[in-house]
Design a protein around this ligand. Sequence first.
Ligand code: FAD
Ligand code: SF4
Length: 510
Amino acid sequence: MKTLRLILGDQLNQKHSWFTNVDESVIYIMAEMRQETDYVKHHIQKVVGFFMAMRSFKEDLTEKGHRFKYLTIGNPENPQDLKKIITKYISETKAEKLEYQLPDEYRLDQQLQSICEDLSIETEAFDTEHFYTTRNELKDFYKGNKQMVMESFYRMMRKKHNIMVNKDQPEGGKWNFDQSNRKKWKGEPEIPHDRGFRKEVSPILQELEKAGVETFGNIEPESFNWPVSREDCQSVLRYFCKELLVHFGDYQDAMHDHEKYLFHSRLSFAMNTKILSPQEVIDKVLEHFYEHKEEIDISQVEGFIRQILGWREYMRGIYWKEMPKYAQMNKLENKNKLPDFFWTGKTKMNCLKHAIGQSLDTAYAHHIQRLMVIGNYALLTQIHPDEVDKWYLGVYIDAIEWVEITNTRGMSQFADGGIVATKPYVSSANYINKMSNYCGSCSYSHTKKTGENACPFNALYWNFLNEKRTFFQDNHRMNMMMSLLEKKDEKELNELTERAQAIIANPDTF
Ligand code: FAD
Ligand code: SF4
């Protein structure tokens, strides 16, 4: 019996049990599709990264003897649509069974279920063998609980997978070293720079242009710098363990205008395409840590493991628990449009200029830039979460809806009313100045609240609390901020409101 096995662009797991043996009766199908390039406008590096990674995956497995049918974006026989591609190959190969791995996006999950219902041949879905958790594990874990605090899930995961745990107790005496992850980076310690991959991508750029795929953002055709093969992804992981892990936790929240990546791993693309598994990453990090225990503090390692074993698995669980209604949530009733400078990086606000400019140049910004600069601004200016989601889903190379929407609509925009975050992540200039050197060379003064050169974040912050006060009156985590707001005299509050409203009305002039 001939079987077709579908592999989607984010299912590049070479370690999957499908590939343990070569089976002559199996044909793998993969396709670069307009359906996937066009559901939102993407950064050019994201499209190039995914297609290059898919091609590299196919090459590696073809070398091992597996049979593939692969449609490139420019192939005139490519129907560019998942249903048409599946039916085309079923009829061409006379396959009697279709097998697929469970998609991680709700959209594709629905589409595949409906395609399968219409097919006359047998179909079967398989696990991707990537995550630590199943789709519904988080839902079962929090059953009956109103609050789904990440920390309790994380501790359960540490114990269940026996990661940095001795007899159910955390190694180092604490489950969480978050408090020590808050240093500002001031030029030291030195960040060892890697050369990167510097790949020539002109041919694929020409293919995309010929096919008419519309993208945004920048790319250097002779030096594409994202790892797309399994070998390259493994080298990024080795580099992280050897050079960056030692300071990861300390500078996790730091930002700097000359250092885009600081001590961050840049492994999200490798993991989200499933080229590397979270277990492989955590195992390597722990192996390195235990071999170099005298040089690396446990807080650096725990900080990293928490992101992957905790936050990453947690977000996936929340996604499957809350979709599809999650994608419609707008609890704070925000309505504004995204300013133009999100597409150009052209603004006088230095923090945004750097965080957005870097996103457009590299398809990457690290967590605190996404959360406390760009996301903070979007929330304070009350932009509609649909607009914010679309931008984040398009711009970052690691953006796949299950992890993008939970972070954007949930953690960053509080549009879910507190499912993911217990309070909105908003701040005035104070926080940005504390964690970065952006304010030092900004046109605005981070200490001023009103007046022409006052930092826009300051007025926006108080205006946001004031306008949204009814949403926060029962949130005890907001008590301190709300009581500070209550203490403001009317004149000051009026001035702050006036300035905030001027910014919101004309964001591109600030
Ligand atoms: P590191 O800082 O080195 O962290 C290591 C790994 O931990 C990451 O590779 C990632 O897999 C995981 N991780 C860290 N934080 C989170 C988190 N909050 N949720 C899930 N996993 C996490 N991450 C994505 O993978 N895709 C997205 O589309 C995405 N969108 C985001 C949008 C917003 C508004 C925010 C605030 C965060 C978003 N994140 C997203 C989470 C995080 O910012 C990125 O995972 C991280 O910046 C990727 O860079 P890195 O690999 O260098 O991460
Ligand atoms: Fe950003 Fe305000 Fe600091 Fe300028 S002063 S960098 S706008 S926080």
